[in-house]
Ligand binder design. Structure first.
Ligand code: PLP
Length: 421
């Protein structure tokens, strides 16, 4: 059977690894090495010619191992496996999600360019765009899921810089509100402002729903970005990032990575391969638990509302995007308790098994308060517009027993209205 006919979850244990090259070891060893020995000077010369693009590969020729900033077996095998989920031409792994994101922004934008991006984006991404890129003369326009693509295009034209549009950057579902963006519509916008000499690329931060439940490249995106710290790593024991994309995009991203030196190390690469073996069962269990927890929360008298994709109905304009782009409602819940910060804090302080920490996507459930924690830096006006209110608690649902999760939440919510336990 051809490897490509197998599902990604079947390939995560073996794809791209030949045990015969490593003493028959069933698992890929950790190649904890900085450099690789060439068989001859001629071989070293040939490897560098290819690495630096001085000539094309000959038929059947592979780029040999040179130095771990350029290539390392743990990273190469991991990248081949990661690319399978998104059916990407290739992938590049980084030492953090922020490394992956900042490298993409720097590679696809030049001084004088304009970045069009969706808000809210991850806090670190927001900071990089509004504090670092502006220093290099890269301006931006932000839009939200509450605006139509036509309205966004009108803003772009009004800026007078539509001809300098360099990159369209989306984060969907938006964190922490679960608002959705229509990827295809924004890819069309990017294409409309592309020219013969200058293609406008589209990048999507898919950390919330990928790589299992959403594949932005199926909707035309050129690049899919990940904080691999989250679902891909999945055990709250590492920091890493990844970009999957078209051959053209990945070549550019990897070239800049070589000179930024922000690739992941072999040990992190090895941990991520370990994690990918259980990616599907972890994420599926998390989503199953999330739907049970969401049901419970939404019927509780101390809860005003739960923003959970599984609760979207056909009447909602977001419903069509949800059905088209996502194969699951995910495992992230935005819970609006009745009251304000005091009630939200009592709820957070009351949970025992569910830990009070930022981050998401791991085996253990985590809860946090976006308004004062992950999104503390967002302007009050913007917070209001986006629905990042004082009574909002974000929960990342893990793989624990769902009854234990619900009991923990039930006990914590009882502290909000002591009369009903
Ligand atoms: C965590 C996160 C990031 C940043 O990733 P790091 O691995 O912490 O650098 C970027 N985007 C989203 C959506 C995230 O949740």
């Amino acid at each position: 059977m051809n490897d490509k006919q197998l599902s990604p979850e079947s390939l995560m244990m073996s794809y791209g690894y030949d045990p015969q090259l490593s003493e028959g070891a069933i698992k890929c060893p950790i190649f904890q090495t900085s450099t690789f020995v060439f068989k001859s000077a001629e071989e070293g010369k040939a490897f560098f010619e290819i690495a630096y693009g001085h000539r094309e590969k000959m038929d059947g020729e592979e780029l040999g191992l040179i130095y771990s900033r350029l290539n390392n077996p743990d990273l190469e095998i991991l990248e081949d496996r990661l690319a399978l989920w998104d059916k990407a031409d290739g992938a590049a792994v980084f030492d953090s999600g922020m490394s992956a994101i900042s490298t993409v922004l720097l590679e696809f934008l030049r001084p004088g360019d304009l970045l069009l991006y969706s808000g809210p984006v991850y806090g670190g991404t927001d900071h990089f765009i509004n504090h670092l890129l502006v220093r290099y003369g890269i301006e931006n326009i932000v839009f939200t899921a509450h605006e139509t693509v036509e309205e966004v295009e009108a803003k772009l034209l009004a800026s007078g810089k539509a001809d300098r549009l360099g990159l369209v950057y989306l984060e969907t579902p938006a964190n922490p509100t679960n608002d959705l963006l229509d990827i295809e519509a924004y890819v069309r916008l990017a294409e409309k402002y592309s020219t013969e000499e200058r293609k406008v690329f589209t990048a999507v931060d898919n950390t919330y729903m990928g790589p299992l439940w959403s594949h932005p490249m199926d909707h035309g995106a050129d690049m899919v970005l990940y904080s691999a710290t989250k679902y891909i790593g999945g055990h709250s024991d590492l920091i890493a990032g990844a970009v999957c994309g078209t051959a053209e995009a990945i070549l550019r991203v990897k070239t800049l990575r070589t000179f930024m030196g922000n690739m992941a190390g072999p040990w992190t690469g090895w941990l991520l391969m370990r994690s990918l073996e259980t990616l599907k069962i972890r994420m599926e269990e998390q989503a199953r638990n999330a739907s049970k927890v969401a049901e419970f929360l939404s019927s509780h008298s101390s809860v005003e509302r739960v923003a959970y994709l599984g609760f979207l109905t056909e009447k909602d304009p977001q419903y069509m995007i949800y059905k088209r782009q996502y194969s699951s409602a995910g495992a992230m819940l935005s819970v609006y308790v009745k009251g304000g910060e005091a009630e939200a804090f009592r709820f957070l302080n009351g949970m025992k098994m569910i830990k009070l920490a930022v981050s998401l996507g791991s085996t253990e459930s985590l809860a946090q308060h976006p308004a004062t924690m992950t999104h503390a830096d967002v302007e009050p006006e913007m917070k209001k517009k986006l629905g990042i209110t004082d009574n909002l608690v974000r929960i990342s649902v893990g793989v624990e027993n769902p009854d234990d999760l619900i009991n923990d939440i039930k006990r914590a919510l009882a502290a909000l209205s002591p009369e009903e336990v």
